[in-house]
Design a protein around this ligand. Structure first.
Ligand code: KG4
Ligand code: ZN
Length: 341
């Protein structure tokens, strides 16, 4: 089965062709246009600029993905596109383009929940993953832990009360003048650190509910930066900047993994999936490998190109989800909920 996957929920415009085979998805092409240079000066995604840029990019991105795969659109068995959640102006581009192309070529259209995309990114690494799985989805907009009994099922176990983990990376990079997006630069700085700065104290919740919070980390970082004269302009070569990045990364990685053993026991998990942009983080990947081995869980962390938003993960989810009977009546939905269950 040949599937075209389209994704434009935030600031990545991406298309990919995969072949779904009995042994899992095979990547035939993956095209992704970053908008980092466009949003960089603002230190974060500007929704209106992102939506306009998607409109300029989408045709070229689809054409290039089909060309690289050597597949003409009418030969496709399915076209899948992200329906939500995300920035609505951005979502509309790939979703409308997907519907139009499917209608024009008489190909079935599959609407995909963005988080099923991040989950299915793991199918490229681990097509025979054992379930139930614990699924940690960490990006610029999500920090959620789910129980999953299969590739199209997610039930939330705990989530952040405030900021997503990716925001802590992006905002730290902004305060340190390291550029956007923050995750990759903070990661690179942290790896060069000779020592870590003092530890950040994990938050304590009076109500005892299982959750995360990253807003205090951001404030703690701000206070430390204010105390260190000139650190905001010092740049990535400065050992103080590197040490701060390292302690931020160590804190985020430790906090994210802290609840895993208890949940793994509680749901009888056989595997652990970590996906979303923050799953590119080198420290998190190392720590997760050690933890999964200790707990006897099979670990699936997609390759970095499949962790950040991309069309291949949407195509992989589109292979597993039902095609729509009335695709032209569907619309993009900024707050699309996960199906109950
Ligand atoms: O999944 P994604 O591409 O888009 C969203 O759905 O948000 O995730 C983007 C987030 C950004 O916050 C970015 O800073 C973070 O992923 N990120 C990283 C790394 N690479 C990207 N965070 C930590 N370490 C990285 N190496
Ligand atoms: Zn995402």
């Amino acid at each position: 089965m040949l599937i075209l996957g389209l994704e434009s929920s935030c600031d990545d415009c991406s298309a990919s062709v995969i072949e779904e085979t009995p042994s899992g998805p095979k990547l035939l092409s993956l095209v992704r246009r970053s908008q980092d240079d466009l949003h960089g000066p603002f230190g974060g995604v500007v929704p209106e600029l992102a939506a306009r840029e998607h409109l300029l990019q989408i045709h070229g991105v689809i054409a290039e993905a089909l060309r690289q795969a050597g597949v003409a659109a009418p030969r496709l068995d399915r076209i899948a596109a992200t329906q939500g959640p995300g920035l609505v102006g951005c979502l509309l581009t790939a979703f409308s383009a997907g519907k139009a192309l499917a209608w024009r070529c008489g190909v079935p259209f599959v609407p995909v929940h963005h988080l099923y995309g991040h989950l299915n990114a793991a199918r490229f690494e681990a097509p025979a993953l054992p379930f139930p799985a614990l699924v940690l989805l960490v990006s610029g907009g999500h920090t959620h832990l789910y129980e999953s009994t299969g590739w199209t099922h997610l039930r939330v176990l705990q989530k952040t009360r405030d900021d997503a983990a990716g925001e802590a990376f992006d905002k730290t990079a902004r305060m340190l003048g390291l550029g956007y997006p923050g995750g990759p630069v903070v990661d690179a700085c942290a790896r060069r650190a000779q020592a870590a700065a003092p530890r950040f104290t994990p938050p304590k919740f009076r109500d005892g509910a299982a959750s995360w919070s990253f807003s205090g980390l951001k404030t703690g970082m701000k206070l430390r930066i204010e105390r260190e004269a000139g650190i905001g302009e010092a740049g990535p070569e400065d050992p103080r900047v590197q040490a701060l990045c390292r302690s931020l990364q160590e804190a985020i990685s430790a906090w994210l993994l802290e609840p895993i053993p208890a949940w793994a026991e509680r749901i009888g998990a056989k595997s652990l999936v970590i996906s979303g942009g923050v799953a590119c983080n080198s420290r998190l990947r190392e720590e997760a490998a050690g933890l999964a081995a200790k707990l006897g869980l099979e670990l699936a962390i997609p390759a970095p190109k499949f962790c950040t938003d991309n069309g291949a993960m949407i195509a992989a989810a589109g292979a597993r989800l039902p095609a729509s009977d009335l695709p032209l009546e569907l619309n993009a939905d900024a707050d699309l909920p996960l199906p109950a269950g």
